[in-house]
Design a protein around this ligand. Structure first.
Ligand code: MG
Length: 397
């Protein structure tokens, strides 16, 4: 009988050994952490990454950050947090079916949106515009900053000190200018390589999750209609099947059943197509996956087309809806004003943020000051940003 370092008999635990394919990310071949640490006692390395993400304050902030609808617009819409949970769930299903490392997929999925500014893409675009003379703002890069630098939870190092494989997965894309500065995780953008299969799965799980839940949230909001969705091939096929088999079913149940089937059909397509590609390429290890010129995880051409049609529709009818645009314009101005005010007069910042700003100013001068303001704003939840705006810019508060 084996004993671990705390002398707890291993047999007391129900240990399920994960079945991993050769091309999966095996922990014993990990490129490790930036600061070396002893292995965890009861968990794997990627489990520890996932747990560190869950314990981070950036993760808890996702609860009050916009996915599509701003937090106060309704209690039932997806937030960044519930979105990330859905991504993890889809990703884990795919990982298990393909014998990839489920914990790594989960860690990447839960961390993938940690760098989002408040108010979703409107917030990101506004902050990017504010930062245009200082390299811009990109939520992917910022997520890496969050896990590498900004989280302060451990005595021995800044950040969460995640494994290379989790960090590689978080950095979904980045410009060549940035890639040069990022060291190991930037290399693949310079060399034209791919990330691990687990990172590829998390990336497409994100797409499956948001396309489907945005249909659901969009219908709930009344900004898009069933009538419009029935024009889309991916929706229509499942819709006809559901109403054909369940006459008189309440509309809410029809919608949920259709969305559920849309998720399943994309997962099935993804697993089938990716398995076939892997069979053909037959990589013997994860690094062979990284040397490929294109991703090995992907959808069939028909599914790609159907997803594209759905995305186009959502872009125009939902994200481009005048009511969503109005909110985006409002929050864009809010972010712009906060940025301007804090850069012009850092003494208006609360003490902790001011201390961070002074430290960055010491090491990086004016660029450091501006970056510290961007970090402060990016870390805000939707409602905190609104409160700060009132406290700083509304004389009646
Ligand atoms: Mg996402």
């Amino acid at each position: 009988m084996g004993y671990n370092s705390r002398s707890i008999p291993i047999s007391e635990f129900q240990i399920t050994v994960m079945s991993l394919a050769l091309y999966a990310s095996h922990e014993n071949r990990s490129r490790g952490r930036r600061y070396s640490e002893p292995s965890p006692d009861l968990r794997g390395e990627y489990q520890r990454d996932r747990d560190r993400v869950i314990h981070s304050s950036s993760f808890r902030r996702l609860e009050y950050k916009t996915q599509v609808f701003v937090n106060h617009e309704g209690d039932l819409y997806r937030t960044r947090l519930t979105h990330s949970l859905e991504v993890a769930q889809v990703g884990r299903t795919v990982a298990r079916a393909m014998e990839l490392h489920e914990d790594l997929v989960e860690a990447i999925a839960l961390a993938h949106d940690l760098g989002h500014a408040p108010f979703g893409h409107a917030g990101q675009d506004a902050l990017d515009a504010c930062m245009k003379d200082y390299g811009g703002f990109e939520h992917n890069l910022h997520a890496l900053r969050v896990v590498d630098e900004l989280e302060e939870r451990y005595a021995a190092f800044r950040g969460l000190n995640l494994t290379f494989e989790s960090r590689e997965g978080i950095l979904k894309h980045c410009s060549l200018t940035h890639a040069v500065l990022l060291g190991d995780v930037g290399e693949r953008f310079l060399q034209g390589g791919q990330p691990s299969l687990e990172a590829q799965v998390a990336n497409l799980a994100d797409e499956i999750a948001y396309n489907c839940h945005d249909v659901d949230d969009g219908l709930r909001s009344g900004l898009i209609t069933l009538y419009q969705l029935r024009e889309l091939s991916l929706f229509r096929a499942h819709y006809e099947e559901v109403v054909g088999s369940y006459a008189g079913l309440r509309e809410r149940r029809v919608i949920h059943e259709v969305v559920r089937r849309m998720v399943s059909s994309q997962i099935m397509d993804l697993v089938e197509v990716s398995r076939e590609r892997l069979r053909q390429v037959n990589p013997r290890e994860a690094d062979e996956v990284r040397r490929q010129s294109s991703p090995l995880i992907g959808f069939s051409p028909l599914m790609v087309e159907q997803i594209w049609e759905l995305k186009q529709f959502l872009r125009e009818a939902l994200y481009g809806h005048y009511q969503i645009r109005r909110t985006a314009a409002k929050v864009g101005r809010l972010i712009g004003s906060l940025f301007e005010v804090f850069v012009a007069d850092p003494l208006l910042l609360p003490p902790q943020a001011l201390a961070d700003l002074r430290a960055r100013e010491d090491s990086h001068g004016e660029a450091g000051r501006v970056q510290a303001v961007a970090d402060y704003i990016a870390g805000m939840t939707d409602r905190y940003a609104i409160l700060e705006y009132q406290r700083v810019l509304d004389p009646s508060v």
